[in-house]
Ligand binder design. Structure first.
Ligand SMILES: [Zn+2]
Ligand SMILES: [Zn+2]
Length: 552
């Protein structure tokens, strides 16, 4: 027998031993009683290897990993998916479907008025949820549900403020002067039922410095807390604004994903009765929006010298926080009792074909066209001209797809807007809403073979998930690697936006690589099935309950 052969046998023995030890860990026959959903915003499967994300890889290797998971809905946005992942409903059945919301029934304002959903607060999401009345994950689990992340847009739609014992924590608005410079440029914790150990003392650990240009003392050179992003193209379209997405350099007030992990771990330690938790890390999304998904670090040209403003740093930081969360579950002695779901709210693509306008703070003006009660975006990029020229555009939103809300909606008006949409750069197909589906109008645009086969397989199914009266009247799907918004973007049906990581981890699970196309909407029913929980009365999931194999 060769030495190599002997070594192989030894490895098998060691692995066998490890497996036996791990199998003995979970309580015999007991399903997990808690679930923690960990979202790395705009996370792509290829990042795991590219950025050597060892903690994420371990979760995928030791649990049930779905290699071919897809997001499964549109709009592929933060503000949509965080509720899909915690409700088991598709966007068209959950109350809002896109970045823009037409208030058909006058739920938030006058009937027919518009809201930018990414600007809504926790209370407004609560109102939208109450108007729909379906149960969410917290209702299914019973007990406390905690939702935490830097972004309001993520933490609020993931939570459920209707439940008095639930907790939502995010980084709130600039309303404190914690450095005594006379300006309210620090952000305080925001949310719902914020625990006192998070919100106090005033200017404590969870208050972060959010001043773009830091001037500590008169006469001292200012420090750029946008970390070069406000003066460097293309990041300047959507620059950092202090330490909400950047970790920063102040050990007493670290921001970014460290902020979220710290808050999650502290709540884990203090709220012993939690049954569900959503922890959502926002910095990978921010970095990829600014520089694109191919970003490999600073150019060291001009002001672009800050490693922490870039994607490799963000990915490694998010990975380290995943490791800290798992270690904290261990330290609390509840790892065997907790199902961890690791996924994202959409992936992303780089604008190799870019149809926005590149300039400082152009992000919102590229993404939105229209006005609601407190925001006005009326400086469209030239590529939007055909839609604007119809003189019938109430609102539009464009990133990796184009969505338009019309003023007049007769068949002729719909056709006119659909034709305008088709004439815009890199639009592959133009659709008008017809009840609970979208109907393609006119010929298709230029596509590669790969783009066509993906579109044939998924295009119709994905676009139909946002067919609701609050949603867009006309939609344009775009080619791969196209954005009308910023350098890295999401929203659409494309493979690079839809292919997502999805892993379930619990010591009682049999490690498995699975090939089904599990979707975000399938997470809640799949979780409940493993936890052996019967859905509460009134539940009507749009998702499928996948069976995850256990060791018993
Ligand atoms: Zn997102
Ligand atoms: Zn985003």
């Amino acid at each position: 027998m060769t030495g190599r052969r002997l070594a192989a046998i030894a490895t098998v023995l060691v692995l066998g031993l490890t497996t036996a030890t791990a199998a003995a860990k979970p309580p015999a026959g007991e399903p997990p009683s808690r679930v923690m959903i960990v979202v790395i915003d705009q996370f792509r499967p290829d990042y795991v290897k590219r950025f050597n994300m060892a903690n994420v890889r371990a979760v995928m290797r030791d649990g049930v990993n779905f290699d071919r998971a897809i997001l499964g809905h549109m709009a592929a946005e933060t503000v949509i998916t965080h509720n899909v992942l915690t409700s088991g409903k598709l966007p068209k059945n959950m109350g809002w479907v896109n970045e823009v919301y037409r208030d058909v029934d006058g739920v938030l304002g006058p009937p027919g008025s518009y809201q930018v959903t990414s600007s809504l607060g926790c209370g407004q999401f609560d109102t939208l949820l109450k108007a729909q009345g379906y149960p969410k994950l917290d209702d299914q689990l019973g007990g406390r549900f905690i939702s935490v992340g830097q972004k309001t847009t993520a933490a609020c739609p993931a939570g459920h403020p209707a439940d008095a014992d639930d907790v939502i924590v995010h980084i709130g608005s600039r309303n404190r002067d914690c450095d005594g410079d006379g300006r309210n440029n620090w952000r305080s914790p925001g949310g719902f039922n914020i625990p006192a150990y998070i919100s106090t003392p005033n200017c404590g650990r969870y208050y972060v410095d959010a001043e773009p240009l830091k001037q500590p003392f008169p006469g001292v050179p200012a420090f750029d807390m946008t970390y070069g992003t406000s003066t460097t193209s293309p990041a300047w379209m959507y620059p950092l604004d202090g330490n909400r997405f950047a970790v920063g350099n102040d050990p007493a007030h670290l921001g970014g994903d460290v902020w979220t992990a710290d808050a999650a771990i502290q709540m884990m330690q203090n709220e012993g009765d939690w049954r569900g938790m959503m922890v959502t890390f926002g910095s990978v999304d921010k970095a990829a929006h600014m520089w694109g998904t191919d970003d490999d670090g600073p150019s060291f040209v001009g002001d672009d010298v800050h490693v922490q403003a870039h994607l490799p740093f963000a990915a490694r930081t998010a990975d380290a926080q995943v490791g800290r969360l798992l270690a904290a579950l261990d330290a609390q002695g509840i790892r065997d009792d907790t199902l961890v779901v690791l996924t994202t709210d959409h992936a992303g693509q780089t604008a190799h074909r870019y149809h926005g306008q590149d300039g400082p703070d152009r992000g919102n003006f590229n993404w939105y066209y229209g006005a609601d009660s407190d925001e006005t975006y009326k400086q469209p990029q030239p590529a939007l001209a055909p839609l604007v020229a119809t003189d019938n555009l109430d609102f539009s939103y464009q990133d990796g797809h184009i969505a338009a809300w019309l003023h007049e909606r007769s068949p002729a008006d719909l056709d006119e807007a659909a034709a305008a949409m088709r004439s815009m750069p890199d639009v592959i197909a133009s659709y008008v809403r017809d009840g609970d589906r979208y109907k393609r109008v006119g010929p298709t645009g230029q596509m590669s073979g790969q783009e066509r086969s993906w579109w044939v397989r998924w295009g119709q199914e994905l676009i139909d998930t946002m067919a609701a009266p609050s949603g867009p009247d006309v939609v344009g799907l775009l080619r791969d690697d196209v954005s009308y918004g910023v350098e890295g973007d999401h929203g659409g049906h494309q493979r690079e936006i839809q292919e997502i990581p999805m892993a379930f981890s619990w010591p009682g699970l049999k490690p498995q690589q699975r090939q089904e196309h599990i979707r975000a909407v399938d997470v809640v029913p799949t979780v409940l099935r493993l936890m052996d929980i019967d859905p509460v009365a009134g539940t009507d999931f749009d998702g499928t309950a996948y069976r995850l194999k256990t060791r018993r």
